[in-house]
Design a protein around this ligand. Structure first.
Ligand code: FSO
Ligand code: SF4
Length: 543
């Protein structure tokens, strides 16, 4: 195996024996195979599109789901991944049958590859992975684009679950997957494709924003309880609001409460979700804290997406997965995009569990997505004009296990009192319980929501640019100090680059998949930089 797609990759170079995330070599290789087969499917879909044929939603959804499955910490289940590979091979056959023999001429091997023997499949999987691209700079850019596509696909899939599709985005993903197989691509072409990926990242996030808000209303300022009730509960994690809604509906009147964990926290901000009386609040911290949080929770856990940490035996039998998520030995709740899912087994299971152990009390405040911030726009603009707010600091992105991430807590604490943090994603768990206060009623931590709600932060920045009549987003009093972990953060980064944001600081380490030359391109053209010490960075940003 070779995998360097996330921030915790071994030695910041690559996992080669087993993933730091817990992924086995077989799972890593099968994920490479799934991506490769998805490229084969994409080639066929592109060919049919070019002939003017409509590509079915089933194909588009399969491409997104396959990519999503390969995101860090989403799916550790080798058998489930093999099933998806076979489904993809079946789908390729179906599309191939629509082409004449002449049209099949010259198509790449990946289109025809079909192997149902598991051992042979695994053997082949070791040959088509990342290291099969010899040139380290080409490999670096192709992987940067691949990770952007994976992040985009995850967001698109959530939108698909809410019955929202954007054929243009699906076509882009599939066309780009095919381009990634092109051995003649130059570095310049790949840099251009990277920015194009960012452009479609914005579209993908906008699609999900529209899907979430049209289904559940606009996030609004909300005080989220972080204590516990007396009933047994289900703890739901991940990003899928459609799963959340179904779970809330099905738990009504059952005596089972619902709590969010990690990236599901922003579900508390949506009017159509927070209205349920048994939706108690949020339990625990960021994804990597799940070993303690899930044990303490006592009840049933539902993982709707990443980030899964290999579960302890003490709660493994209470952990369920659904959608793109999977873990061997954990029950998987089936359901195609937009389909009703039956959570009755979880509810019955939860009824037999003790209530959650109280690990903290109080509340956290969030719900500052674009609509809510626009409602406060006069106040915010006034605060900027009077100098009460001198700077916005975008500290969105991810949290993670690395010790060095304490930097973000210390950085938030050290910020001048006239600075406001804009955030989205699970990075906020490093400072969202610090009580950083407010500026004239505007909280100093404005949480827009999940990592995909970074879209909101971009919309807010563009609005401020308009209000202050600036010709360049970089003239705003905003600095970007972003933390990353997995591939959704990659598409957020590419989206910001596409929007013209310069001088983004990225930590706790720069991606291991950036070759020195590619890192240099990002430094020279976009001013991308790493992080320093809190003291040095305070001087850099505020003096
Ligand atoms: Fe991932 Fe980052 Fe959204 Fe977190 S991008 S790690 S769980 O912020 O959230 O999926
Ligand atoms: Fe390693 Fe990250 Fe890949 Fe897991 S996802 S194998 S930790 S690089």
């Amino acid at each position: 195996m070779f995998c360097y797609q996330c921030q915790e990759t071994a030695g910041n170079k690559g996992c080669t024996v087993k993933g730091v995330c817990g992924k086995t070599a077989d799972v890593a290789n099968l994920q490479d195979m799934l991506v490769w087969q998805t490229k084969g499917l994409a080639i066929l879909a592109n060919k049919l599109r070019a002939k003017g044929e409509q590509i079915s939603k089933q194909v588009n959804h399969m491409v997104s789901k396959n990519l999503f499955i390969t995101i860090t910490n989403a799916n550790f289940d080798d058998e489930a991944i093999v099933r998806e590979i076979y489904k993809t091979m079946d789908m390729k056959k179906e599309l191939l049958s629509k082409l004449s023999d002449e049209e099949k001429q010259g198509l790449k091997d990946v289109v025809f590859y079909d192997e149902r023997d598991a051992a042979k499949l695994l053997e082949k999987a070791t040959k088509i992975g990342i290291l099969s691209i010899a040139d380290e700079n080409i490999r670096s850019l192709k992987e940067l684009i691949t990770y952007g596509l994976k992040g985009m696909a995850a967001y698109v899939k959530h939108a698909n679950n809410l019955r929202k599709d954007d054929e243009e985005v699906d076509a882009f993903i599939q066309d780009t997957l095919e381009q990634l197989l092109d051995e003649n691509k130059t570095l310049d072409e790949l840099v251009a494709l990277t920015l194009k990926t960012g452009e479609f990242g914005v579209k993908g996030m906008a699609l999900l924003d529209g899907a979430n808000t049209s289904a559940y209303g606009h996030p609004e300022i909300t005080k989220v309880n972080i204590g516990v009730g007396k009933n047994p509960g289900i703890l739901i994690s991940g990003h899928d609001l459609f799963d959340m809604k179904m779970l809330l509906e099905q738990t009504q009147g059952t005596g089972v409460d619902v709590y969010t964990h990690s990236e599901m926290l922003p579900a508390n901000y949506y009017p159509e979700l927070k209205k349920y009386p048994n939706f108690v609040g949020n339990y625990g911290g960021a994804w990597y804290a799940q070993k303690d949080d899930f044990e303490n929770f006592n009840g049933v856990i539902l993982m709707t997406t990443n980030c899964i940490v290999p579960p302890k035996d003490s709660y493994k039998d209470r952990m369920y997965t659904t959608g793109a998520a999977g873990y061997p030995g954990c029950k998987h709740i089936e359901g195609e995009p937009g389909e009703h899912k039956d959570f009755s087994e979880l509810i019955e299971h939860a009824k037999k569990c003790p209530a959650p152990k109280e690990i903290e009390t109080g509340y956290i405040v969030g719900g500052f997505a674009h609509n809510q911030v626009f409602a406060l726009a006069d106040k915010v603009v006034e605060a900027v004009k009077t100098g009460a707010i001198k700077k916005f600091v975008v500290m969105g992105g991810c949290d993670g296990r690395q010790k060095g991430r304490s930097y973000y807590t210390e950085f938030a604490e050290a910020l001048p009192k006239d600075a406001v943090i804009l955030t989205a994603g699970c990075a906020k768990y490093r400072y969202n319980k610090l009580n950083l206060g407010d500026i004239g009623g505007i909280p100093r931590v404005l949480d827009a929501g999940q990592c995909n709600d970074s879209y909101s932060l971009a919309v807010i920045a563009l609005k401020l640019k308009e209000v202050f009549e600036l010709d360049d987003i970089n003239k705003l009093p905003i600095v970007f100090n972003i933390a990353w972990y997995e591939q959704k953060a990659v598409i957020v980064l590419l989206a910001l680059l596409y929007l013209g944001v310069k001088n983004i600081h990225l930590g706790p380490t720069l991606p291991g998949f950036l070759s020195p030359a590619v890192a240099n391109v990002l430094v020279e053209n976009f001013g991308i930089a790493g992080i320093g010490t809190v003291e040095d960075d305070m001087k850099l940003f505020f003096e």
